[in-house]
Write a new protein. Structure first.
Length: 170
């Protein structure tokens, strides 16, 4: 069963275009159950291992989310707040619209099995490959502002069998 929540966070946290609603960023680690998470399209965010293509935003790593410089299963969790559409990418962030199938595949790749992955968008995102949907959070904001929807998924992993328990019960 998927857990559902509705939050009301009416103010932005800064004047940066597309910034998180006030108080949202400090709750990301709670949603992902870890402070060790990759934070794609981070903008001016301060939490997680921030990744952005703009060096002036001072992310921890300057990188294209479609080709991350990390090994498989590197982070305990992941979070992304991509541009919501092509207009946002070009007009608001002055960047190319990222290819969904590329950056989501990279995000799943760098998160460890059973790690949680959160994606903020203005719609419920589809299930990511090798993940299961576990939570949807709808964030209501100011009047005439896009509703933000955070979809939390969990990366699947290989089943681990306790051989000692199996042998003792035989």
């Amino acid at each position: 069963m998927i857990k559902n929540q509705v939050w009301y966070l009416p103010r932005p946290s800064s004047r940066y275009p597309g910034c998180y609603p006030l108080h949202f960023e400090k709750r990301i680690s709670e949603l992902l159950d870890t402070k060790d998470y990759i934070h794609l399209f981070s903008g001016l965010a301060k939490t997680g291992h921030t990744i952005d293509i703009k060096k002036e935003l001072k992310p921890k790593t300057i990188a294209n989310a479609e080709d991350l410089p990390f090994p498989n299963n590197y982070f305990e969790g992941g979070f992304a707040d991509p541009p919501y559409n092509k207009d946002f990418a070009t007009k608001l962030y002055d960047c190319k619209y990222p290819k969904w199938n590329k950056w989501t595949k990279e995000l799943v790749r760098v998160v460890k099995p059973y790690g949680k992955i959160g994606i903020m968008q203005n719609y419920i995102i589809p299930r990511l490959e090798n993940c299961v949907m576990i939570e949807i959070i709808i964030i209501l904001g100011r009047i005439k502002q896009y509703t933000k929807i955070v979809t939390i998924q969990q990366k699947e992993g290989k089943k681990q069998y306790n051989l000692e328990r199996f042998i003792n019960n035989s």
